[in-house]
Ligand binder design. Structure first.
Ligand SMILES: NC(=O)C1=CN([C@@H]2O[C@H](COP(=O)(O)OP(=O)(O)OC[C@H]3O[C@@H](n4cnc5c(N)ncnc54)[C@H](OP(=O)(O)O)[C@@H]3O)[C@@H](O)[C@H]2O)C=CC1
Ligand SMILES: CCCCCC(=O)/C=C/[C@H]1[C@H](O)CC(=O)[C@@H]1CCCCCCC(=O)O
Length: 334
């Protein structure tokens, strides 16, 4: 038995989450049954989806989220001690997982056997994990970028957005991004974005897009949603493709945003607009993970991680990510 900690989703969020919405619980892990493994978490992820997904969840549960950890006790020959796994075990330091009852919605994923030794394991939650797969498949499958096209991504200095812009460059596109600070914009230029702007300080989004994408936008990877998206659609070229990845500007709203309704714009420009959830391509993730790891090794993709130290600081890290403190992927190191 091991002393463990977890953070409970104690109060429904009202607007921006608060640290007092979580409660720390300490307990001992139970003895393992046949087929079970005990995982010690090394890194826990904080992600935007945690804000809207909790709307329909009961309070009192362990806060939802993915972690990357190491098996420290095992009653499963498939997962010997030392195996590194990723799983939606929630905000906890240790998790007992049943390998005999696989849940297709929440699989226990093993780190690839050939995962490069010189890459941090935290990347299995970031560029080589769920967020990396979101950028890789959500962009390539739905935007189908062609050489010479203009790609626009908002939330561009975040975990997903920074990868989308770099993949766009690899595919020979012109990459344009927006982010919420001048320091973030400077980093985007370092990454090779052809144009980038601070959406918080431009005189108007319309004018900023006109200047940054003078020939219009062919591919739009949308992390932000709502009014931002309606404005971007006006800058799309004929037959443009839009990948609806997220809608972070609305996640803290207590009610779903209504309108405006850009259907005539979609119709007249003959746009293809598609939403996705990245598990849709689960079967292809190994290929995507291998490609992302290879691009990182080749120096074609650069990444940043915003690492918060200490399990107890997970609420701070989560709130910080929602207000834009992170550049690159926000993770917590236990
Ligand atoms: N469909 C899917 O399967 C998946 C979707 N997603 C979505 O991808 C998006 C990006 O996620 P991820 O890269 O992990 O997160 P990020 O690393 O981008 O972190 C969130 C960022 O959002 C920006 N932000 C916060 N509020 C606003 C706002 N009102 N308007 C514009 N930007 C805002 C902040 O950056 P700034 O300083 O620039 O404002 C903040 O740093 C999210 O919408 C998320 O839900 C993620 C994974 C899977
Ligand atoms: C209106 C909300 C849009 C959110 C978009 C988004 O960020 C989606 C993220 C999911 C992505 O498709 C794959 C994931 O891992 C994210 C969801 C994880 C859900 C976990 C539920 C955990 C649990 O029930 O224990």
């Amino acid at each position: 038995m091991v002393k463990s900690k977890r953070l409970v989703f104690a109060r429904q969020f009202d607007g921006m989450p608060k640290e007092s919405d979580f409660q720390l619980v300490e307990e001992e892990t139970p003895a393992l049954k046949d087929g079970e493994i005990l995982v010690e978490s090394l890194f826990n992820s904080v992600d935007p989806y945690m804000r809207p997904y909790t709307r329909v969840l009961p309070t009192g549960i362990t806060m939802i989220g993915e972690g990357c950890g190491r098996v420290i006790e095992s009653k499963s020959s498939d997962f010997p001690v030392g195996t590194v796994v990723m799983h939606q075990y929630g905000w906890c330091t240790h998790a007992v997982l049943d390998t005999k009852k696989p849940d297709p919605e929440r699989p226990i994923r093993k780190a690839p056997a050939d995962y490069p030794k010189d890459l941090p394991l935290s990347l299995l939650l970031g560029a080589v994990g769920m967020t990396g797969m979101t950028a890789y498949f959500g962009f390539l499958k739905l935007c189908e970028p062609k050489e010479g096209e203009t790609v626009f991504v908002n939330g561009a200095a975040g975990a997903v957005g920074s990868l989308v812009g770099q993949i766009a460059k690899i595919k020979g596109c012109r990459a344009v991004g927006s982010a919420g600070s001048d320091a973030k914009v400077a980093w985007l230029k370092e990454l090779g974005f052809d144009a980038a702007f601070n959406y918080k300080t431009v005189s108007s989004l319309d004018a900023a897009l006109k200047e940054a994408a003078p020939y219009g936008i062919d591919c739009y990877f949308d992390n932000v949603g709502a009014d931002f998206t309606s404005t971007v659609l006006n800058h799309m070229n004929l037959y443009g493709r839009v990948s609806i990845c997220g809608s972070i500007s609305t996640y803290n709203d207590n009610e779903m945003a209504k309108g405006p309704y850009p259907f005539v714009t979609i119709l007249s420009k003959q746009l293809t607009v598609a939403g996705f959830k990245v598990p849709r391509w689960f079967k292809e993730w190994p290929k995507g993970m291998e490609q992302m790891a290879q691009w990182i090794k080749e120096g074609k993709i650069k990444y940043k991680e915003h690492v918060t130290e200490g399990f107890e600081n997970m609420p701070k890290a989560f709130i910080g990510m929602l207000v834009g403190e992170n550049t690159g992927k926000a993770v917590v190191k236990l």
